[in-house]
Design a protein around this ligand. Structure first.
Ligand code: UDX
Length: 437
């Protein structure tokens, strides 16, 4: 490597985080060698065809940088060319709620002794993992560099980070410097700290964001009781600089790969030390109840749900992704089926994944097909195209034009004008109140 040449970066695990990390470092001019144990996935990526995940902007980025991006199943090949290895393997929750670190441990086991290589932890791990790994492998150069990317905007988030957190302890300084200079062109604040604090920044950030959402969801529930509108309340609150306007959208609960996993991991982490994290327990409970409250709303309107046809619009945990992990739709669909309802659904992108996860519901090819003959609809995911639908026509095809807008996304006046009874979350219903026979 010449003096001004950028170092080759290794990425271990080409799931969502790994692919975004690999593609973005290649875009910044690094040669990247990305490794995965799944040979089929590696073959697919080498072929330059469709990516195994849906992330806006990523296919173009990977395509544009294909000359700098190499995919392999061989760890030895990565070790031969890269000093810095970004660990992006998944750490799913176990039955006890602890993170499953077996894939991380498998990576650590393949690293040679001698301190020539640095392991940069991107995977979400409990605070204390870095220390435990270094105890088992004392000369390992270990850096915690937690991930804050949001699905759907991951490429932009990587390229314009609010901050980059680099946690390194004594002996790992060279790696911390190398990582800092790789991120430096992006302009975000670089936070240098110790490993344990970096690990906690990640868990605490996600737990705080989840808390913000559960908080506004509880405010929404109180708004319904007192006749206030939570969207107005959130807007008014958000103008206080100390509060800020983001993550104050009330709805049917948070989902996704991080919030559920990280809140439980932090709660368990605290519990394992004997500390009961009461606030976080409530945050998680509120989120579970929030998904179920929608079923109560429907029952108030149309009575028992057995034999009724209920349509779900959107299944992914949020728009611009096909990710169904911890999606509110999963609980909602199962609850509705539990009540004996027939459930039809449409999602513009997540249908294939949903079919595997929700075999008992009818996945349709269009919103119109899902709504045809329905006694009620629930908007689960705020896909932009749902705002553009011809609601007049869609309402005409329903047995009963009732919609519960689980994301406060649609325009109540427009829906009312199209003949709908509209009910949001934490705002006054419009249209005909009461039961529909
Ligand atoms: C989150 C974190 O934002 C990110 O920093 C971390 O790296 C991974 O977890 P992500 O799961 O991709 O990212 O989605 P995000 O946009 O944060 O939304 C999470 C969930 O919260 C979604 O289900 C979304 O619908 C919900 N949400 C978000 C709300 O209900 N209200 C809000 O105001 C914001």
């Amino acid at each position: 490597m010449s003096a001004n040449e950028k170092p080759t970066i290794g990425v271990i695990g080409v799931g969502w985080v790994g692919l975004v990390t690999a593609g973005c470092f290649a875009e910044l001019g690094h040669r990247v060698i990305a490794m995965d144990v799944n040979a089929d996935k590696v073959e697919m990526l080498r072929g330059g065809g469709t990516l195994p995940i849906h992330e806006p902007g990523l296919p173009e980025l990977v395509d544009r940088n294909s000359e700098r991006l190499e995919f392999t199943t061989e760890m030895a090949h990565v070790l031969a060319h890269c000093r810095v290895l970004f660990c992006c393997v998944d750490t799913p929750p176990t039955y006890s709620g602890d993170a499953d670190l077996s894939r991380v441990q498998a990576v650590v086991a393949t690293l040679p002794d001698g301190g020539e290589h640095a392991l940069v932890m991107k995977s979400t791990v409990p605070a204390g993992t870095g220390e435990a790994i270094r105890r088992s492998k004392p000369d390992l150069v270990y850096v915690s560099c937690p991930e804050f990317l949001k699905e759907g905007t991951a490429v932009a988030d990587f390229m314009q980070p609010d901050r980059v957190v680099i946690g390194a302890d004594a002996g790992s300084e060279w790696a911390a410097e190398l990582i800092a200079s790789a991120y430096e062109p992006l302009g975000g604040e670089i936070v240098h700290t110790d490993v344990a604090s970096a690990e906690m920044i990640k868990l605490a950030s996600n737990a705080f964001l989840a808390t913000k959402i559960s908080f506004i969801n509880e405010i929404a529930n109180v708004c319904e009781e007192v006749g206030a509108d939570v969207t107005e309340v959130a807007a008014g609150m958000g103008l206080d600089e100390r509060i800020g306007p983001k993550f104050l959208k009330a709805g049917i609960g948070w989902g996704g790969s991080c919030f559920g996993k990280d809140t439980i991991a932090l709660k368990k982490l605290a519990g394992n030390t004997g500390y009961h994290f009461q606030l976080l327990s409530a945050v998680i409970d509120v989120n579970e109840l929030q998904k179920r409250r929608v079923v109560g709303k429907l029952k108030e309107r149309i009575g028992e749900l057995a034999g009724r046809r209920i349509a779900l619009l959107g299944l992914a945990f949020k728009p611009d992704t096909d990710d169904m992990r911890d999606a509110s739709s999963l609980v909602l669909a199962a609850r509705l089926r539990g009540e004996g309802a027939h459930v039809s659904a449409f999602d513009p992108v997540a249908s294939d994944r949903a079919r595997r996860l929700l075999p008992e519901i009818e996945i349709c090819e269009s919103a119109a097909a899902a709504l045809e003959g329905a006694d009620a609809a629930i908007l689960v995911t705020e896909w932009p195209e749902f705002a553009e639908l011809d609601w007049q026509e869609l309402g005409g095809g329903m047995a009963n034009p009732l919609i519960v807008d689980g994301r406060n996304f649609l325009d109540p006046a427009q829906l009312r004008a199209a003949g709908f009874t509209y009910e949001g979350i934490g705002r006054a219903p419009v249209g005909e109140p009461g039961r529909v026979a």
